[in-house]
Write a protein that binds this ligand. Sequence first.
Ligand code: NOJ
Ligand code: NOJ
Length: 492
Amino acid sequence: MKIQVLMLLFFTFVLTSNSFSRNNNIPTLITSKNNLIEAQYQKSIALLFNNLSPKDGLKGAVIAAPSKSHPDYYYNWVRDAALTVDSMISLYLATPTNKSSLRSAIKRFFLDFINFNIHIQKTSQGFAGLGEPKFLVDGSPFTGPWGRPQNDGPALRSIVVMQILSLAAQEKWPEYKGLLEKLYVPSLGTTSLIKSDLEYVAHQWMHSNFDLWEEVGGHHFYTLMSQRKSLYLGAHMANFMKDIGAVKYYQQEMKKINARLESFWNPNLNFILATFYANQAPFYTTPSRLRSKSHLDTAVILGVLHSEVDHLSYSVNDPRVFATYLTLKKSFAPIYSVNKEASLNTSFGRYPEDTYDGYQTNSRGNPWVLTTAAAAEFLYRLSLDYLKTQKIVINFANVEYFSQVLKVQLKAGQVLKFNQAEYNAILNHLVSEGDTYMLRILYHGHPDGSLSEQFNRDNGYMQGAPNLTWSHASFITAKIKRDQLLSYFRTR
Ligand code: NOJ
Ligand code: NOJ
């Protein structure tokens, strides 16, 4: 009992909820899109479940997509799997307790996911180490040439496993005690899933590694954000486990990462850089090709969405993130001809110079589902933050954009107060902006709800791996944030 109470205390911050107070004078939100978005959401849930625990593999594996050739995505990527589980945690929390069959299916999968990851963490130690990015569905590491290590994997995995543990404590699962004992063993030299990932993150974050797109070696905003969150939660976990030396060490490394992250903001370019390559001071080791000449990459927005930590820098409400979002939007708008369709929002790709078309490199990159869903999620979450803080602060990054929305010239420093007409107008605008990203995805998706990795920049047809798990996960996560936001409004 005592353990559970403590665990609850330490972990209430792990699963932050967006709570805001309702007001009597609730603004009306005009949206006719709810049914369409809801329908895709239901289909995405079913299609995501199809990609879990494949019949010819171990339980708990997540295939990146069902296709075994053109392209072969029939592997468990540590990153994709962790992000899928992240979305399933949101789904679990958003599912009413009386819908117990969905909740118990999710819970069962969490337990399988944990066991599968305990297994692959061991098999990877015999091969390339914890930064090994992809595994066969039988749990053995992929041993062909690949961009490795990818150090976001252990960080993202430790985050979701700590969150599952927190759920188990809060809901008093009978499995809780057993999980706690096997997932975190304080003494070094022994292996346990969370502790080993945390040790890897704390010792490796300063080393060059491959980015989430698996293309270039260097130091990446996305990866460092995930490492910062991992050690932030890890320090609390260590404290709870009375692993006192580790508490200090994780906090100390977390602070260093936090400081390092500051160097990614470039005020002259007005966006957060995605990567410092090997030949660029101050922190380089591995030479690699210079992929993105602009250094502009949606990976930055993904880093914020996946690894935001309350009260730390680079939150969704950080003006530098908004500046990056706008720069990305402006850069993608003219390069994909599908973006000429003005009733739908700009589709986002990975980065403007991308040459991977879903099958081969040295081609032309396309817009992606998961990056376009990220643009929607970003606006929904920004709006949720405005509700939580009950104000909108006008700053250097958003002043022009919001002035256009309101058709009044605003000034940086101005504060729009909760429930003022301007405040509500901006919120309303952000929801419909977000929705037109979601509708963009529906427009290019198949009628049966299947979503590939990309859609063709010219003809708009789905392209690349069909039913990419991460595409569905990203739609689900964005939709759940949208629901939280809509619960504030009176809709019609
Ligand atoms: C497959 C990777 O997963 C993808 O991100 C990359 O762009 C291509 N290979 C080309 O390297
Ligand atoms: C290519 C993407 O670039 C990478 O991030 C992902 O892990 C793999 N595909 C598998 O979906």
